[in-house]
Design a protein around this ligand. Structure first.
Ligand code: ASP
Length: 309
C-alpha cells in the first residue's frame, strides 16, 4: 500500500454546537468529506502532494460555505478580493496571489505563478493580467454572490470595522480553507486560500498568501496551513515558526505546532489554528478557538471529519 496522509481545514473560530443545526452540520461535514476524498484519490493512486492540496482546496473554493473562491466575503467596496498560496516542500518553490477577483480557483492561479513564472507573489491588476495570459477560469460577479455573505457585509459596511467571517457578534469564524499533504514519494506540500476579512479595505492582505505566515512546506520539516486573525499570524510568522522549531530545536511536529498555537499565539492575542504534516506523514491539528472545520485521512486510517473541540 502507498503511504500518504492528508489534512484539510475550512477555517477556525467560535463555532459552537449551539449555533449549528443538524442540516448545517451535515452540509459542512459533507463538503469537507468531498474535498478530502478529492485529495485522497490523488495520493492513493501515487499522485503528488502538490496536486492533492491543489485539488482539495479547489473543491473547498467551489463550495459557497467557506470563505474562499465562490464563498468569499465582501470587502468595503462590496467586491470580492481573494488571495491564495501554494508551496512545494521538495523544492521550496512557491506561488502566491492577492487582490484578485472573478478567478474561480485562486489556488490554481497561485500554482501557475509557481510553475509558469519567475516570480513567487503577484497582486492586483498584474496578477489579473497573468491570469488572463494563463487562461485560468474567470466567472462573473453573480457566481460569487451569496445572500449570507452579503448580509454580513451590509451589517458593517457603513462602519470602519473589518470583520472576520461571522454574522453575529458572538460568532467569530474564520472561513479560510487549506490543505497539507504527504505523498508516496515522501514529498510535502501546503495550500491556503481565502476571501479575507468582511469589509476589509486599503488593499488589506492577510496571512494566507504570505509564505511563512499562513502557508509553508519544507520536506526537511513539515507542511503547514493556517487560519485565524491574519494580522497575528503575519506578526508571528506562524507557519515558518513551526518549521523552524523542528529544524533548529528538534521539536516534534506536535510539540512545535502546539507551542506556537496554544502558547505563542495566545500570548500575542491571536485566535485561530493550523493543520500540519511532518516528513513521516504524521498529522497535527491545533487551534486555540472553540472550533475548526477540519478533516484528515492517511493510508492506514479512515477519514475523520470534525468541527467542534
Ligand atoms: N487568515 C485569514 C485572514 O486574516 C482569515 C481566515 O483565516 O479566515 O485573511
Amino acid at each position: 500500500m502507498k503511504r500518504y496522509s492528508l489534512a484539510i481545514h475550512g477555517g477556525a473560530g467560535t463555532i459552537l454546537p449551539s449555533e449549528m443545526d443538524a442540516q448545517k452540520e451535515l452540509n459542512y461535514t459533507g463538503a469537507l468529506k468531498e474535498a478530502l476524498a478529492g485529495g485522497q484519490e490523488i495520493l492513493a493512486s501515487g499522485g503528488s502532494s502538490l496536486d492533492a492540496v491543489e485539488t482539495a482546496v479547489r473543491i473547498l473554493e467551489d463550495c459557497p460555505l467557506f470563505n474562499a473562491g465562490r464563498g468569499s466575503v465582501f470587502n468595503a467596496a462590496g467586491k470580492h478580493e481573494m488571495e491564495a498560496s501554494i508551496m512545494d516542500g521538495a523544492t521550496l518553490a512557491a506561488g502566491a496571489v492577492s487582490g484578485i477577483s472573478l478567478i474561480k480557483n485562486p489556488v490554481s492561479l497561485a500554482r501557475k505563478v509557481k510553475d509558469n513564472s519567475d516570480f513567487v507573489y503577484m497582486s492586483g491588476l498584474g496578477a489579473m493580467d497573468f491570469a488572463r495570459e494563463q487562461k485560468v477560469k474567470l466567472m462573473d460577479d453573480a457566481y460569487f454572490f451569496d445572500e449570507y455573505r452579503h448580509a454580513q457585509w451590509l451589517a458593517v459596511k457603513d462602519s470602519s470595522l473589518a470583520r472576520l467571517d461571522h454574522s453575529l457578534l458572538k460568532e467569530k469564524k474564520f472561513g479560510t480553507v487549506g490543505a497539507v499533504a504527504f505523498d508516496s514519494q515522501g514529498n510535502l506540500a501546503a495550500a491556503t486560500s481565502t476571501g479575507g476579512l468582511t469589509n476589509k479595505k486599503y488593499g488589506r492582505i492577510g496571512d494566507s498568501p504570505i509564505i511563512g505566515a499562513g502557508n509553508y512546506a519544507n520536506n526537511a520539516t513539515c507542511a503547514v496551513s493556517c487560519t485565524g486573525y491574519g494580522e497575528y499570524f503575519i506578526r508571528g510568522v506562524v507557519a515558518y515558526d513551526v518549521s523552524a522549531l523542528m529544524e533548529y530545536k528538534n521539536l516534534s511536529l506536535e510539540e512545535a505546532s502546539r507551542y506556537v498555537i496554544k502558547e505563542k499565539m495566545v500570548k500575542l492575542g491571536g485566535e485561530g489554528g493550523l493543520i500540519a504534516i511532518d516528513r513521516q506523514g504524521k498529522i497535527s491539528i491545533q487551534f486555540n478557538s472553540e472550533g475548526m472545520y477540519r478533516a484528515w485521512v492517511s493510508a492506514d486510517d479512515d477519514p475523520v471529519v470534525k468541527i467542534f473541540l
